[in-house]
Design a protein around this ligand. Structure first.
Ligand SMILES: *[C@@H]1O[C@H](CO)[C@@H](O)[C@H](O)[C@H]1NC(C)=O
Ligand SMILES: *[C@@H]1O[C@H](CO)[C@@H](O)[C@H](O)[C@H]1NC(C)=O
Ligand SMILES: *[C@@H]1O[C@H](CO)[C@@H](O)[C@H](O)[C@H]1NC(C)=O
Ligand SMILES: *[C@@H]1O[C@H](CO)[C@@H](O)[C@H](O)[C@H]1NC(C)=O
Length: 541
């Protein structure tokens, strides 16, 4: 076939390929073996990453330090285990060290706290009521609080609240929530009928619910195929949102993902709050996968303006169907959808057809033009894989252990110890002259609603209209959901003015309240023409 139409098609394809090949990101293998599979990840304010998997499924590939061993008669596989199931990864030196976790942390949840520690909750078996604290330093290790939780928490979701506590929502057969630290010593868990209503018999489909703090102080909670706005302080449903069109489930084991879209502060407030839910597996996919039938993953995303008086879902179609994807807010406000597969279900051995290409979603582009396929990795990242944004703008990707044991061979998707970084296109070297660099004298401790000056360098001309400043909360990632994830676009980016050779300053107003930005560490970025600087750590509150 060599018709003019054919020639035209080839020409068009070449144009598309050259355009996309220029700017679709890059993958780098950081470590060929970090010893454990990265089932849970959290970035710390000293640019280290806490990583852990589970303790009860055999020997990992990294020994505990100094010949230490862990004795645990509750373990299913090894009663004495001399390998580590947690590590601390240091981004600057690309190195890691093993940590000792005593009880089982499998499928648990956590949050970074305002004092820079990670407070982790629950897990399985002897770990299901345990709270664990990790504060990073060269020699630090996990500390465990035996009966820290009121109820067992396995597959729960945590969120940091404006008052500095965490809320822990649900978990397997837990139709309730609790707070950590507890409000009083006699406190019981609060019943939460929404988790009963959204529980599919034998399928669940509402584990690891998607929880976001709305800017009015209530929680938006999505489970299965619908959501509510919830006042946790009065145990009261404020608003019930419509069911997502199509009605397919989006939470474990149908595992899609969700983000709170960037929160833009205008005249001292955030008035438009939107949530985007993408991918998952159709209802019944889990049961079908158990019978060897692997249903195609969902290709749709639903976007909803949760701040509207009559909110409606607007559906969009992804270029690639995906379940077990991770959705991450990039410093410039784009959403990266990464990891996962395109058939089957979450759960042991039930995922198929890895989706190796990430996709970028641009929330502000017009409908139908928001998605762009990115460069593929070569490593399948199936069940129990993770991804987090780090300060330099890269996304670290690890994990994938779809087996009940550490099976490194003889299985379809062997347990994955390779650790990678995805560098979004804004890190391309040809963009170096437009990339801002925040100068070291910038302020890093803020109150609410403060005016602060950020100084930065850029070579080349800067149009103040092309500058904005963002703050990103470092999130806890597991099971395709990033807890606490939020990005704020501060007011005042357009005040950028030159202060010397290639030097500029911008006066921005910090977030108005702890409902918009709970007190904690955040990464602050100056973004110029959608290219973010390296972040700096700031602390608000
Ligand atoms: C890790 O795996 C390698 C290759 O199989 C093996 O030689 C090494 O002993 C393992 N290390 C540990 C601590 O299990
Ligand atoms: C900010 O916006 C929220 C949501 O629209 C609203 O509930 C709140 O009253 C506003 N606050 C101020 C100070 O305007
Ligand atoms: C996976 O590992 C477990 C424990 O080592 C072993 O019993 C099982 O046979 C392995 N499965 C396969 C398919 O190799
Ligand atoms: C920046 O934008 C705000 C909001 O649109 C506007 O009120 C303000 O006048 C602008 N400032 C400058 C210096 O352009």
């Amino acid at each position: 076939m060599s018709s003019p139409l054919h020639t035209l098609l080839i020409y068009l394809l070449t144009v598309i390929v050259t355009v996309t090949a220029k700017s679709t990101g890059k993958w780098t293998l950081l470590q060929s073996n970090i010893g454990i599979t990265a089932m849970h990840m959290q970035l710390l304010p000293n640019d280290r990453v806490l990583i852990y998997d589970r303790t009860d499924f055999g020997a990992s590939n990294i020994s505990l330090p100094n010949g230490k061993c862990r004795k645990d008669r509750n373990d299913y596989v090894l009663k004495q285990d001399c390998t580590a199931h947690s590590i601390e990864f240091d981004i600057a030196s690309n190195s890691f060290r093993p940590l000792m976790v005593q009880t089982d942390v499998w499928c648990s949840s956590a949050s970074l706290m305002p004092d820079g520690t990670i407070v982790q909750t629950g897990g399985f078996n002897d770990g299901d009521h345990v709270v664990r604290v990790y504060k990073s330093c060269d020699e630090c290790d996990w500390k465990e609080i035996k009966s820290g939780l009121i109820n067992r928490r396995w597959y729960a979701t945590n969120h940091l609240l404006p008052g500095g506590r965490q809320i822990i929502v649900g978990g397997r057969r837990q139709y309730n929530y609790e707070f950590y630290p507890r409000i009083s010593s006699k406190q019981k868990a609060y019943t939460f009928p929404f988790l009963v209503q959204t529980n599919d018999p034998n399928l669940e489909n509402n584990l690891y619910p998607f929880v976001f703090l709305n800017t009015d102080g209530n929680l938006f909670i999505f489970a299965n195929n619908r959501a509510i706005l919830f006042d946790y302080s009065r145990n009261k449903v404020i608003k019930t949102y419509p069911t997502i069109p199509g009605g397919d489930p989006r939470n474990y084991p149908s595992t899609g993902s969700a983000v709170l879209l960037p929160l833009r502060i205008v005249r001292g407030n955030v008035t438009v709050v939107e949530v985007l839910v993408c991918g998952g597996a159709p209802k019944g996919a889990f049961v079908n996968a158990q019978k060897g039938k692997f249903d195609g993953a969902l290709k749709t995303c639903g976007r909803i303006r949760i701040s509207d008086s009559k909110p409606k879902w607007v559906m969009e179609t992804m270029p690639l169907a995906r379940l077990m994807g991770d959705m991450l807010l990039l410093p410039n406000g784009d959403v990266l959808i990464i990891n996962g597969g395109s058939a089957g279900s979450a759960g042991w051995e039930y995922g198929r057809n890895p989706v190796l290409h990430p996709v970028v979603y641009r929330p502000d582009s017009s409908l139908g033009r928001r998605f762009q396929i990115q460069t593929a990795s070569t490593i399948p990242r199936m069940y129990h894989s993770t991804a987090i944004l780090v300060r330099d703008g890269r996304v670290l990707v690890g994990g994938s252990n779809p087996h009940i044991y550490y099976n490194f061979t003889n299985v379809l998707y062997p347990t994955e110890l390779r650790f990678e970084a995805f560098s979004p296109s804004y890190l391309d070297s040809q963009l170096a002259s437009s990339r801002p660099k925040i100068l070291p004298d910038s302020q890093t401790q803020f109150g609410y609603g403060n005016r602060v000056i950020i100084r930065f360098m850029v070579f080349g001309h800067v149009d103040p209209k092309s500058v904005y400043v963002t703050m990103v909360a470092p999130s806890f990632n597991t099971h395709s959901f990033s807890m606490n994830q939020r990005l704020l676009i501060l007011e005042g980016g357009n005040t950028t003015k030159p202060i010397g050779q290639a030097r500029y300053e911008v006066m921005v107003t910090t977030p108005p309240s702890c409902n918009v930005a709970p007190a904690n560490y955040y990464l602050l970025f100056v973004v110029h023409r959608e290219i973010p600087s390296e972040g700096i750590w700031v602390k608000i509150g």
